[in-house]
Design a protein around this ligand. Structure first.
Ligand SMILES: Nc1ncnc2c1ncn2[C@@H]1O[C@H](COP(=O)(O)OP(=O)(O)OP(=O)(O)O)[C@@H](O)[C@H]1O
Ligand SMILES: [Mg+2]
Length: 237
């Protein structure tokens, strides 16, 4: 049984249907990526899985339970964490406070402290600046904080929306290495990326979204070598 199963999901903003019946699964331990052009519905899909948007139709099953209607807090409690597009850290709060907020549903103070320490081990810069306002971090460092914060809920599924957006090549590589490392530690990840090359090279499965539908699916390897994908997303002609 997959950890996450999305069946014929439809999501609309008023009369505009942004997601028009998509289906895919994520198995425990896998990295699955959604790629596709601007406005394809990738962020809408993640926001719906998080309970921030209500589906118009379809079924979302996570860890054996239908979660269509259970609401954002309960979805976090069930084990889905979301590192949103644009990062959305709290700039005036310190790095430590931002991490603490990622654990808002937990009561195990000692465990929370231990996980904050492991975030500092994973991202030493966050440890060095723990008492500094998060808004003073660079874009790449803020991305590290957003990922660290998402991990603070001890998720079974980590959803990352464009973690490499706006980053320098070196910073992008660091973020991709972190995703690779999380994968090797067994973290299940649903990754939305504009950087198709980077995403496909570490994904077990990928889906190409086009105006609200899944146009093409395959292993990361298959999609990376698919001619239409190469033309549309990997800058080849
Ligand atoms: N709050 C909103 N109200 C109305 N329409 C919206 C809203 N948010 C998104 N849309 C529309 O829904 C469609 C899908 O948007 P979405 O943000 O999911 O795309 P995306 O694949 O994440 O794109 P990008 O790669 O640019 O982030 C787009 O046509 C967008 O304009
Ligand atoms: Mg988006």
């Amino acid at each position: 049984m997959p950890l996450l199963e999305v069946e014929d999901l439809r999501v609309a903003y008023g009369k505009i249907e942004a997601v028009k019946g998509i289906s895919f699964t994520v198995d425990a331990g896998q990295v699955v990526t959604l790629i596709g052009t601007n406005g394809a519905g990738k962020t809408t899909t993640l926001r719906t899985l998080s309970g921030l948007l209500k589906p118009l139709a379809g079924k979302i099953t996570f860890d054996g339970e239908v979660i269509n209607d259970i609401g954002a807090h309960k979805i976090v409690a069930k084990g889905i964490a979301h590192s949103p597009e644009g990062r959305r850290i709290f700039p005036r709060l310190t790095i430590a406070e931002n991490l603490q907020l990622g654990a808002f549903l937990r009561k195990d103070t000692a465990g929370i402290q231990r996980d904050i320490e492991s975030a500092y081990e994973r991202f030493p810069i966050l440890g060095e600046r723990r008492h500094q306002a998060a808004g003073t971090l660079s874009g790449g460092e803020q991305q590290m904080l957003a990922m660290g914060r998402a991990l603070m809920s001890q998720p079974k599924l980590l959803m990352l929306d464009e973690p490499s957006m706006g980053l320098s090549p070196i910073m992008m590589q660091k973020i991709m290495e972190t995703i690779e490392e999380l994968k090797s530690q067994g973290t299940t990840i649903l990754l939305v990326e504009q950087n198709a090359q980077a995403a496909l090279s570490l994904a077990d499965h990928g889906h190409v979204m086009e105006i609200g539908t899944i146009a093409l699916s395959g292993t990361g390897e298959e999609l990376m070598h698919d001619e239409s994908v190469r033309k549309a997303y990997l800058g080849e002609d």
